[in-house]
Design a binder for this molecule. Structure first.
Ligand SMILES: Cc1cc2nc3c(=O)[nH]c(=O)nc-3n(C[C@H](O)[C@H](O)[C@H](O)COP(=O)(O)O)c2cc1C
Length: 333
């Protein structure tokens, strides 16, 4: 048996498998079952900047006095069905989850501009959050916004959340940075303790019958994992930040690969939504089986063993391999 206990952001976890940010926050029975099946921690779904800003404005009767605001201005405010849970109910939920679950509960904030809304991080700490996961889900839509200004703005958000709290902050990133290692160095300098790699980019499909965009969330498959493996393998030993994998983990072998790339923690969402909490027990068993067969006594021995620094054929992570692969391609038919 491999020892699966680990330390993430200074928290002692009994397993690296963590319930990722998702609607499971609202399903206490499912979360209890996940913890019963071995989850090491739970991340709540996000409180959004837009939601907190709208709440602050409502508190100042701003919305009432601007009832006739034009459609564009109104579109800034989130649709109420999207953001059912305000900050008050979020804090209550956090309190409830903490009482009911004997693993750390991590709160999640999602925003892209520094401002008063980041003060809510303190409320999350006061309510007992073990850590904060800050999701920087951003879409570059404005041609006058350069990569540099956008990144500076994101680092400001990290700084302002970190300044509010004494608990650790991890940052959930998109994979779309031209120079990921440089941005990650900025995140570390801004005071974060960990990275969550990566956000999934939700791309609306098109409904050709209705001639409109469709907005359903498509759950992941493990085809999304290699992007995460590459990101972590590249960063392992080259950042002081701990790393959590998020995206495409559906089996113990997927989780093993994430750890061999350099992950300290492996988050699960789609697998739990599709299969239910029993996925956690299954993946824990498979992970343990695989790591024991490989001869690892604990996670520290396995972590990063196939990273850019450590893999025997680490060149496979690099550009040269791309050229070789393309030149060596042969049809299997
Ligand atoms: C229905 C749904 C809701 C989600 N809500 C959040 C959220 O509130 N905050 C967040 O950071 N990620 C959210 N995510 C993203 C997941 O935390 C995770 O990063 C993503 O699903 C990839 O992991 P997976 O392949 O295990 O599903 C959500 C995902 C799904 C499917």
């Amino acid at each position: 048996m491999t020892e699966l206990t680990t330390r993430w952001l200074g928290l002692d976890l009994r397993s690296p498998l963590v319930v990722g940010a998702s609607p499971l926050t609202d399903d206490l029975e499912a979360l209890k079952a996940c913890v019963g099946a071995g989850a090491g921690a739970v991340v709540m779904h996000s409180l959004f900047e837009e939601q907190l800003v709208a709440e602050q404005m409502a508190a100042h009767h701003f919305i009432d006095s601007r009832i006739n605001m034009d459609a564009e201005a109104r579109s800034f405010f989130p649709e109420s069905d999207v953001f059912e849970m305000g900050s008050g109910s979020y804090l209550k939920r956090l309190d409830l989850l903490q009482d009911a679950l004997d693993v750390p509960v991590i709160a999640s904030l999602n925003g892209i501009s520094s401002g008063g809304w980041t003060q809510h991080a303190r409320e999350l700490e006061d309510a007992g959050a073990a850590a904060i996961e800050l999701n920087l889900y951003d879409l570059a839509m404005d041609p006058s916004d350069t990569a540099a200004t956008l990144e500076q703005r994101q680092l400001e958000v990290v700084r302002s959340v970190v300044e509010q709290v004494t608990i650790p902050v991890s940052v959930k990133l998109s994979s779309f940075y031209s120079a990921l290692p440089a941005f990650v160095a900025g995140v570390e300098a801004a005071g974060a303790r960990g990275l969550v790699l990566f956000n999934r980019f939700y791309q609306p499909d098109m409904d050709l019958d209705e001639l409109e965009l469709s907005r359903e969330v498509v759950l992941s498959s493990n085809a999304e994992l290699p992007l995460r493996l590459h990101g972590m393998a590249m960063l392992f030993n080259r950042t002081g930040l701990e790393m959590a994998a998020s995206g495409g983990v559906h089996s113990g072998d997927d989780a093993t690969k994430a750890i061999l790339s350099g992950a300290t923690v492996v988050q699960l969402v789609s697998a739990l939504l599709v299969e239910g909490p029993s996925a956690l027990g299954r993946i824990t068993g498979e992970l343990n089986q695989r790591l024991s067969t490989m001869g690892y006594r604990n996670l520290a021995e396995a972590r990063g063993a196939l990273s850019l620094d450590n893999a025997p054929n680490a060149g496979a992570w690099e550009r040269l391999n791309y050229a070789r692969l393309l030149h060596g391609w042969q049809s299997v038919q």
